[in-house]
Design a protein around this ligand. Structure first.
Ligand SMILES: [Zn+2]
Length: 439
């Protein structure tokens, strides 16, 4: 199909002036060629997607997810971070074989695309990262993925996840050669040292050097929980963000998940280095980690994006739920005007694209950008009547209201049906794999 035309919706372009337009969004050969007003197809080869009663907007970009973890949904409830990792999540990840990793990733991709998330930054696990890339490739999701790096001898890390520094780097290089830029640049690689406590200082510094040299992104966790922060401080003699900075792991190419507890000098460091923060409000609340100081970070000029984190700490990957929570969570401290609807919708789209290094390609509906477009039904009884599309998207809609999704101009969801994977089969395989792993 040469052209796909999203016809007749209310368009949120997410351009600097926050335009709201009526009419069509047209895509040709993967790129956006028209935004707003009526579009006449260029030739005979086109498909019209009815968007009556919908908001048409850029796909959501989640800057922190773990697609490998979806089989542990509902298996790790009501724990704090380090217990959650040591008693459930690390043993789970250690037991993942290739078929189970693939089943987890396909389930995540199906949930993400059906829910209007078109791009993610994914922290994989130590092994079987090829399966995560393969699932993203097959499903049509835009994904920047890295294998989790875990070369530190913490006795709590199960043997199945422990690796040598050399093996961790070698596997990363193999994956970069195979996947970075694949599927016409829809798939990219990001180095993913899991967090300071799972890595040797040698590995962290080497990743810092290699990422800059190869112009690759770095994705890690930082400053999520007080016990983690105390352990980092004890091991390295400085707070987490300042340690990462010292190891060469800050900058415009770096995305840190969480940043719930930061000192003033750490915030300064994030601001002056241009390091991105992925805010994961559901995960932070469920693991009782705390509430990240997002309005303060934004006020300081720090780039903020949103992420659902993983199924075992959320328990779903619904980008609209994270948007609503981010919009309402900070109002009690900063007042009701904090993070108004247009601002939080921007965080979930262009903010995500910026944090993943894709702002030149996706995150807004502008002619010339790649066509990652979603149509969200705002006519449901839980959304109507609608006076503002911003309000509907930020506060009222759910992932299940997403009607159509295109990534790179290809329709992957049409009338709420995933076109790229058999969802019933994906769910059955995930259930069978989860039963096998947790037996
Ligand atoms: Zn995470």
């Amino acid at each position: 199909m040469a052209e796909v035309i999203f016809r007749g919706g209310t368009i949120l372009t997410i351009d600097p002036d926050a335009h709201v337009l009526d009419g069509d969004v047209a895509c040709r050969d993967g790129a956006i060629v028209h935004v707003g007003g009526a579009y006449t197809p260029a030739g005979r080869d086109y498909e019209i997607v009815d968007c009556d009663g919908c908001v048409v907007m850029p796909g959501l970009v989640q800057a922190h997810v773990h697609t490998c973890q979806t089989l542990a949904r509902g298996r790790a409830d009501d724990l704090e971070l380090l217990d959650w990792l040591r008693t459930i999540v690390w043993p789970y990840e250690a037991s993942l074989d290739a078929p189970a990793t693939a089943a987890a990733a396909r389930l995540a991709c199906a949930e993400l695309l059906l829910g209007g998330t078109t791009a993610v930054l994914d922290m994989g696990t130590v092994h079987h990262t090829d399966e995560l890339f393969a699932a993203a490739e097959a499903s049509g999701l835009r994904a920047t993925i890295g294998k989790a790096m875990m070369d530190h001898g913490d006795p709590a890390i199960p043997p199945g996840l422990r690796e040598t520094t050399a093996a961790s780097l070698a596997e990363s290089e193999r994956l970069i050669a195979r996947w970075h830029g694949a599927a016409e640049d829809r798939l990219r690689y990001a180095y993913a040292p899991r967090f300071a406590l799972s890595c040797t200082d040698e590995l962290m510094r080497e990743v810092g050097t290699r990422a800059r040299k190869a112009n690759l992104r770095v994705h890690t966790h930082s400053s999520e929980n007080q016990a983690e922060i105390a352990a980092v401080e004890q091991r390295f003699g400085k707070p987490n963000v300042l340690y990462l900075h010292d190891a060469g792991l800050t900058g415009d190419h770096v995305t840190l998940a969480h940043c719930v507890h930061l000192r003033a000098d750490e915030r300064e460091c994030l601001a002056h280095t241009g390091t991105h923060v992925a805010h994961c409000p559901s995960s932070n609340l469920k693991l009782a980690s705390g509430i990240a100081p997002i309005p303060e970070l934004i006020e300081q000029g720090i780039s903020v994006a949103l992420g659902a984190d993983g199924a075992p700490c959320n328990n779903n990957l619904d980008g609209f739920l994270e948007m609503r929570l981010a919009a309402i969570l900070h109002k009690h401290r900063h007042g009701p005007r904090t993070l108004p609807a247009p601002e939080v919708v921007k965080l979930a789209t262009l903010g995500g694209a910026t944090a993943v290094g894709l702002a030149d390609r996706v995150g807004s509906l502008e002619v010339g950008k790649r066509a990652d477009v979603i149509a969200v039904d705002i006519s449901g009884p839980h959304v109507a009547p609608t006076s503002s599309p911003w309000s509907a998207i930020a506060y009222a809609v759910r992932a299940t209201d997403v009607r159509h999704v295109a990534v790179d101009g290809a329709l992957v969801v049409r009338d709420r049906k995933l076109l790229t994977l058999d969802v019933a089969k994906v769910v059955n395989e995930a259930q069978a794999a989860a039963r096998r792993l947790f037996r």
